[in-house]
Every structure is written in structure tokens, then in C-alpha cells.
Design a protein around this ligand. Structure first.
Ligand code: 6PG
Length: 246
């Protein structure tokens, strides 16, 4: 798997680089296609980016009114639950920038997982070109768990329909977080124009090194399955998360 690795001193530097990447491509996407489709990562790492984008330096540099927001995955909890990736982004970013409410496409975590997955796939299809099941995201942000999972694609056997489905309902235990989840699939991520992994902290160093190692098993290291047709994924790392790279 080819990947572009960018290493920064701190997590704040990673967030600033991600903000610059988003600002640059959002303007180009809106000029070219009238909209920018963004897929946010969940978990704690992206909070620094989300808060930075809501701040004075970046808030006015992104055409929020033409952006559509999705999540790579979310937990099957109500939107007000502390475990909701949507809820967290709403507090940190979306309540502070002018993204139209109709452009915020959350996983309906209050539904049963299978119903939430079906509903989320319909949200994607609504923005897809005729005859296709999902659009090409302009930018997908992804994280990486200490166990190597990304979005809610966890190590181990793959879902039978992972290669063809847009969304999957997943049950996985990780660090006491809500186990029932809905995730986008590698097929959706790989249709993106750009994919950026944001990974910080020493706790991720082993998973980063193992995932990026030559010949790593995509079954054990699911981020290996993210091979965007638009070009190699970019891995934005702080020095701590990059410590295991040779
Ligand atoms: C989630 C995320 C998940 C996350 C990793 C890393 O819903 O939990 O989408 O894939 O990116 O677990 O999480 P941290 O950034 O909190 O370490």
C-alpha cells in the first residue's frame, strides 16, 4: 500500500495541517462542482481539528454553506449521547459554522443498528450520481485505533458484503466505547478524491508502524484496505505516533 506520510511535532500541528488541507480543497471543490463532500472521523483525535476549524483563523476560510458533512462511522447512541461522534462534532464545530442543517448527514444512532445502516446508506445514495450508491467524497478524515481499526472496520473477519455495501452495522468492543456502530465501507472510502488519516500520540505508534509496514495483512490491519482510487492516502502523524516508523 502506498501512503504519503507527513510527520509534525505535535497534535496541534497535525490539526493545523489538516485544516489547511481542507481549506485548500473545499474552495476548489465548490468552484468545480458547487459543493464539497466531507467525511469526518470520530473519536477524540479529530476534536483538535474541529475546534480549530470553528476558530477565528479558519471559520471564514471554508465555504461551509456549500459543504455536506458525513461521518466515517458513528456509534448507535442518541445524538445527545456523549458517545455520539455527531454530537461531539456538533458541539465542537457544527454549532459554530454555517453548514445548512440539511447538509449534515448523521447516522441515526437512535435507531436499531441495521435500520441506522440502511438509513445512512440512503443518505449517501441521495447525493450519489444517477445509478450509483455513493458519491465521491472530496475529503475523508479517518482515525486509527490502538488495535489498528479505522472507522468501525475492526481486525478480523470481514463482513460478507463489505466489498459491495455502502454501510455496515458492526458490534465491536473498544476501550469501553459503545459497541453497536454503523460504518462506511472501504468501497466508499476508496471512491474518495482524498483520504487523510489523523493519528497522534504514542499509544498509536505500534498500530501505525504495523499498518504501514510492507506486506501488512489487511485482515489484521484494516486501514490497509483503504486504497483510494484518487491517490495514496495521506497519514498526518505527530512525532509520537510516528515513533515506530523506520
Ligand atoms: C470511533 C472512531 C474510531 C476512531 C479510533 C481512534 O467512532 O471510535 O471513528 O475509528 O477513529 O477509535 O479514536 P481516538 O481518536 O479517540 O484515539
Amino acid at each position: 500500500m502506498t501512503a504519503t506520510v507527513q510527520i509534525f511535532p505535535t497534535g496541534e500541528d497535525v490539526a493545523a495541517a489538516a485544516a489547511r488541507r481542507l481549506a485548500a480543497l473545499a474552495g476548489a471543490a465548490v468552484s468545480a462542482r458547487g459543493r464539497c463532500l466531507i467525511c469526518l472521523a470520530g473519536g477524540t483525535t479529530p476534536r483538535a481539528l474541529h475546534r480549530m476549524l470553528a476558530g477565528d483563523l479558519w471559520r471564514s476560510r471554508i465555504p461551509w454553506n456549500a459543504c455536506h458533512i458525513f461521518w466515517g462511522d458513528d456509534r448507535c447512541v442518541p445524538p445527545t449521547d456523549p458517545g455520539s461522534n455527531y454530537g461531539q462534532a456538533q458541539v465542537d464545530l457544527l454549532s459554530k459554522v454555517p453548514v445548512p442543517a440539511a447538509h449534515i448527514h448523521r447516522v441515526m444512532g437512535e435507531l436499531e443498528p441495521a435500520a441506522a445502516a440502511t438509513s445512512y446508506a440512503a443518505e449517501l445514495a441521495f447525493l450519489a450520481p444517477a445509478g450509483q450508491a455513493w458519491p465521491a467524497f472530496d475529503l475523508v478524515f479517518l482515525g486509527l485505533g490502538r488495535d489498528g481499526h479505522t472507522a468501525s472496520l475492526f481486525p478480523g473477519e470481514r463482513a460478507p458484503d463489505e466489498a459491495t455495501a455502502a454501510t455496515l452495522a458492526v458490534n465491536a468492543d473498544y476501550e469501553g466505547r459503545p459497541a453497536e456502530r454503523v460504518t462506511l465501507t472501504p468501497a466508499v472510502f476508496n471512491a474518495a478524491r482524498q483520504v487523510v488519516f489523523l493519528v497522534t500520540g504514542s499509544a498509536k505508534a505500534k498500530a501505525v508502524a504495523a499498518t504501514l509496514a510492507d506486506g501488512a495483512d489487511p485482515g489484521r490491519w484494516p486501514a490497509r484496505r483503504i486504497t483510494p482510487t484518487g491517490g495514496p492516502a495521506t497519514w498526518m502523524l505527530d512525532q509520537a505516533a510516528a515513533a515506530g516508523l523506520t
